[in-house]
Write a protein that binds this ligand. Structure first.
Ligand code: FEO
Length: 397
């Protein structure tokens, strides 16, 4: 189909992956995703900004061919992860005069991941300006959105900021720009933020401050739609990367014989009575993207687990590991559940959750066998404790 015009001299040459249903072999993508490659082209110069996932490389080559690209001056590799860089090696072969522009930290990664010789690479530092023909490009080092080498690129004449993963969404659509009235859009962006950006929240906030004053008229990420109203995505990122948490308890759980389920259900009613919102995630059927999204702003996580082979159920241990790795801004943690004869469930989960060292551990409710009145009372007490803690830190609804 060739390049789709974004504005004069700027074209979309990437690919929409409508039916991709899993990202990183981990997070479901119910709305698919896209790999946005951009082409700056006029009579004097041609610049390709990022490429596409190798599975969609043919579409990129066809777009370049139909756009009449015979020569590329620069290929900007903003981020070396292969969903953007995977096709760069072949593009570089097809266009042998092209020089790859990348941050110094990317140089070694391009060699190891793409096997491109370093003489093809010109490094660009933070705030470095490269002029090619009529195009003036400023490179901004934006580490950890999503790797340490990642840069954003500001095309000065067009006032377009290319951001690669930063501000991206797992979202497919036929149009180029975000329809901000579509309620699915912020969810796709939040799903993306939860998995990719949240572990680096401090750097996200710092990079947001770095780019929001540039005066960009268009934000052009490398996943999902572009934003012609940058404040829309800036405000979402300010909220997600800020300190505020919601009056919300997440309860990821598994129950094998019903005891833990009875505890979870009673605990949910107790939270409700205390005016605390909750979300239950039966991990045997849960979409982990929903869990990651909810972790973005929940104040509390309470894991519910039976004891299996002397430890937590493996699905609960896995969810605890994921929550720990995603580094949410959760303030309080606890565990509820039932065991048959003994075990080290609590000790093991505390070890898995140890990286969330800023969260306070609230007294767990771990019982033997089926719950009795005293156990339900303990769950009521945990719910009261959580409600009080949420009031103390002024959660929002
Ligand atoms: Fe979309 Fe970090 O790659």
């Amino acid at each position: 189909m060739g390049g789709r015009v974004i504005r004069e001299n700027l074209f979309f040459v990437g690919s929409v992956h409508w039916d991709r249903r899993l990202f990183d072999e981990l997070i479901p993508t119910p709305e698919g995703t896209s790999y946005n490659a951009y082409l700056l082209k006029d009579e004097k110069a041609t610049v390709l900004i990022d490429a596409v996932d190798p599975s969609k490389a043919g579409e990129l080559y066809e777009n370049l061919r139909e756009a009449g690209v015979e020569r590329i001056d620069y290929i900007v590799c903003q981020h070396v992860e292969q969903d953007h860089s995977g096709a760069i090696a072949e593009v570089a072969e097809r266009y042998p005069e092209a020089v790859i522009l990348a941050h110094p930290k990317a140089k070694e990664l391009i060699g190891t991941h793409l096997h491109i010789p370093e003489e093809r690479i010109r490094t660009v530092g933070d705030n470095e300006v490269v002029k090619v023909g009529n195009f003036t490009l400023t490179f901004l080092h934006t580490p950890w959105v999503h790797w340490p080498e990642t840069v954003c690129t500001f095309w000065q004449e067009g006032k377009v900021l290319f951001t690669c993963d930063f501000f991206g969404s797992h979202f497919s659509q036929s149009g180029l720009f975000a329809d901000t009235s579509d309620p699915r859009l912020p969810l796709g962006a939040k799903r993306y933020y939860g998995e990719i950006m949240m572990p680096f929240r401090a750097q996200v906030a710092s990079n947001l401050r770095k780019v929001e004053g540039l005066g960009a008229e268009i934000i052009a990420p490398s996943h999902g739609p572009l934003y012609d109203r940058p404040s829309f995505i800036f405000e979402l990122y300010r909220d997600w990367s800020g300190e505020g948490v919601k009056n919300l308890v997440l309860v990821p759980y598994i129950s094998m014989h019903g005891s833990t389920l009875r505890m979870v259900e009673h605990f949910a009613q107790a939270l409700n009575a205390q005016g605390v919102e909750y979300r239950l995630f039966n991990l045997s059927v849960t979409d982990l993207g929903e869990l990651a999204m909810s972790l973005v702003d929940a104040a509390t996580v309470v894991l519910g687990t039976p004891t299996v082979l002397a430890g937590p159920h493996p699905l609960v241990q896995s969810a605890a590991y994921l929550a720990s790795a995603l580094r949410p801004k959760v303030k309080f943690l606890s565990v509820i559940g039932s065991y048959g004869w003994g075990g080290r469930t609590l000790e093991i989960l505390q070890g898995v959750l140890a990286p969330l060292r800023n969260a306070e551990i609230l007294p767990p409710v771990i019982i033997k066998g089926a719950p009795r009145t005293a156990d339900f009372n303990a769950l009521d007490e945990l719910a009261r404790n959580i409600a009080q803690k949420h009031r103390e830190i002024s959660t929002v609804s």
